[in-house]
Ligand binder design. Sequence first.
Ligand code: PMP
Ligand code: GLN
Length: 413
Amino acid sequence: QARRLEGIDKNIWVELVQLAATYSTVDLGQGFPDFPPPDFLTEAAVRALSGENHMLHQYTRAFGHPPLVKVLAQFFGKLLGRDLDPMTNVMVTVGAYQALFYCFQAFIDEGDEVIIIEPFFDCYEPMVKMAGGLPVFVPLRPKAPKDGKLMSSADWQLDPAELASKFSEQTKAIVLNSPNNPLGKVYSRGELELIADLCVKHDVLCISDEVYEWLVYDGKEHIRIASLRGMWDRTVTIGSAGKTFSATGWKVGWTVGPNRLLQHIRTVHQNSVYHCATLAQDAVAQGFQRELELYGKPESYFIQLPTELQKKRDWLVQSLDAVGMKPIVPEGTYFLVADISQFKSDVPDVPDSDEPYDSRFAKWMVKNKGLATIPLSSFYCGAHKNYSHFVRFCFAKEDATLKAANDILQKWK
Ligand code: PMP
Ligand code: GLN
C-alpha cells in the first residue's frame, strides 16, 4: 500500500450506504433525490442516445464536450459578469468529486497546508492527504438563537480571529463550500469578504465547492466568491450536474476559473481520465441551453427546484420539531441537521467508546427503526468529532418518503 493511502481506508458512504441498503425502509441518508430529474433532461438524454448523431458514442474533446463548455462559459460568464473562454476557463470532470480531486493534485505539494471549514463534506480531508498536503481545520461555531427560535444554519459562524490565525506561510489553499453540506449554511457577503481578504493578504487559492448553488431558500442570494474583488484569479469554482439537475448518477461536474489555474487542472485530467462520458455531457449541455433561455423565468428549473425543496424543508422542520428532534433550519442545500439529545434514553451513551455517539445512534436508528440518516460527526476530522448529538437528513425526497419518516418518528415518541 502506498503511503498516501495511510489512514484513509474507511469511508462513511461505503459503510452507511450499505447499512441503509440492508436495513432502511426510509432512506434520508445519502444525498440524492428519490424523484426523477426534469423531463427536459431525460428527453435530452434520449435525443443524445437516439443515433441522430452517432459520434456522441465516441470520444469527445478531452477538456469538455464543445457544446457543454460553450454553454457553461455563457452561463457562468453571465453570473460572474465576465467573458469566459469555453476552451480555457471551463473544464468538465466526472462529477464534482473529480474536480475537487484535481484541484488538490494540481496545486498541493508535500507539506502545503489547506484550510478546511468544519463541518465539511468528508472527502476534502482524504483528498488533501492523498496530495501530500496537511489539512488545517477551523470550525463554524454555533450561537444560541434568540427568543426560543429554532436555530438556523446562519447561527453557525466563523470566528474571524480564529480563521485568521489558521493562515500561515505554508497555507496554499482554503476550501469553501457554500451552500454548505451538511449544515445548509449559505455564506453571507460579509463572511465571504472575510475569507476573500485573507486569501488576498496571504496569496492563497480558494477551491470553491458550489454544487448546491441553486438550492437556496427564503429569497437568500448565493454569492460566488470568484466575483469578489481580487478573487477571480485565485479561485476555482466547482459545480455538479448531478445536484443541478437532480441526476446524481450522471457524474458530470465542472471547474470554472482563470486559465493560469485551469491549465494545471487540465494537465491532471489529460493524464488520468481524459474525458467524461460524451452522451451525458451532451444531455447536460442541452439542459443548460434550456436554462439559459429561461433564466430568471418561472419555468426555469433553477427556480422551480428550490421552490419545491423549500416546501419539503419546511415540512421536515415542522415534523422534526413536533417530535422533539430540534432541527437547525438550513438556508440552502437539501440537507437538514437535527439534535437527537431528546432521544438519548433509547440509545444510551457508552462513555469510553471510540465511536461518536451520533454515529452509534444513526446505526441503531437504521437497524431498529428503519430510518437512515448520516451522523454529523462524519463531517468533522478525527480529533474534532465533538458535536456528537446531531444527525443529517436529506429532504430531496418524494412527499411520501418524508411522510414515512414522520410516521416512524411519531410512532417512536
Ligand atoms: N461537493 C459536495 C459538497 C457534495 O455534497 C457532493 C455530493 N455528491 C459533491 C461535491 C460531489 O458531487 P458529484 O456527485 O457531482 O461528484
Ligand atoms: N454528496 C452526497 C452526500 O453528502 C453523497 C456523497 C457520497 O455518496 N459519496 O450525501
